[in-house]
Design a protein around this ligand. Structure first.
Ligand SMILES: C[S@@+](CC[C@H](N)C(=O)[O-])C[C@H]1O[C@@H](n2cnc3c(N)ncnc32)[C@H](O)[C@@H]1O
Length: 230
């Protein structure tokens, strides 16, 4: 594989997600070998949504990542720039205030959300630091960010097996279930190119966030980063 498919422009990323929207959630369950549901539970626990809280779920896609916060009684705004993903989400959750918007220029005023969160989306945004600064801007002072993203398994033998899975088994599996298998080649490449746990923590600090911490899930296949706005 080459790095070429990683150099996608934002409109290409949006149209790639438009293309996978119909089968997106099913494909996730299959290619994560059922782990996706556990990761979502961990995100829900970290966000700890409460009634009357205002939560931004950036890169929410079909809003599967937003649903636990709404179920906990919070006011959750799913925001994404793929109209195809938003359409699928709106059909499933017509009461949610879906908002079309780019993570690098959020269509919200300063300091409006108690918590901002992003699951499996930050890696896809062209400029990570700009997105982290935008998330900071729209968060109330004292508010929090929770980021759920693929990362690096910490135990070397497991890392080797996982890398084999990403590069060899995932593309054919995706070909069997996904509507646009190329999107899952991009997935494998983008995970390999993404910063590890301390690398993302450093980017959060650089964007102004404090009290940065993370927790590994599934041995570090996924990491949950948390931070606070001063
Ligand atoms: C892998 S999906 C994650 C969806 C959802 N958060 C979940 O956990 O199922 C990534 C989403 O990021 C969105 N995305 C990528 N770049 C974006 C950007 N610059 N602004 C807004 N959304 C973006 C894509 O459209 C896609 O819906």
């Amino acid at each position: 594989m080459t790095r070429a498919s990683l150099d996608k422009q934002p409109h290409e990323v949006a149209s790639m997600f438009d293309g996978v929207a119909a089968n997106y959630d099913l494909t996730n369950d299959v290619i994560s070998l059922g782990q996706a549901r556990l990761w979502r539970k961990a995100v829900a626990a970290a966000v700890d949504a409460r009634p009357a809280q205002k939560i931004l779920d950036l890169a929410a896609g079909t809003a599967t990542s937003s649903q636990p916060f709404a179920q906990a009684g919070a006011y959750v705004v799913p925001c994404d720039f793929s109209l195809g993903m938003l359409e699928v989400g709106k059909r499933r959750h017509p009461w949610m205030p879906f908002t079309a918007g780019d993570g690098m220029r959020l269509p919200f005023k300063d300091e409006v959300f108690d918590t901002v969160t992003i699951s499996f989306g930050l890696r896809n945004i062209q400029d990570t630091e700009t997105a982290l600064r935008e998330l900071y801007r729209v968060t109330k002072p004292g508010g929090r960010v929770v980021i759920c993203e693929f990362s690096q398994p910490t135990w070397a033998p497991f890392r080797t097996v996982y890398t084999e899975y990403l590069m060899r088994a995932l593309p054919p599996t995706a070909r069997a279930v996904a509507s646009n298998p190329d999107a899952y080649v991009y997935l494998a490449e983008s995970i390999r190119a993404w910063p590890d746990q301390p690398g993302l923590a450093a980017l959060l600090q650089k964007a102004g966030w404090s009290k940065v911490a993370w927790r590994n899930l599934t041995g570090g296949v996924v990491a949950l980063h948390r931070a606070t706005r001063a």
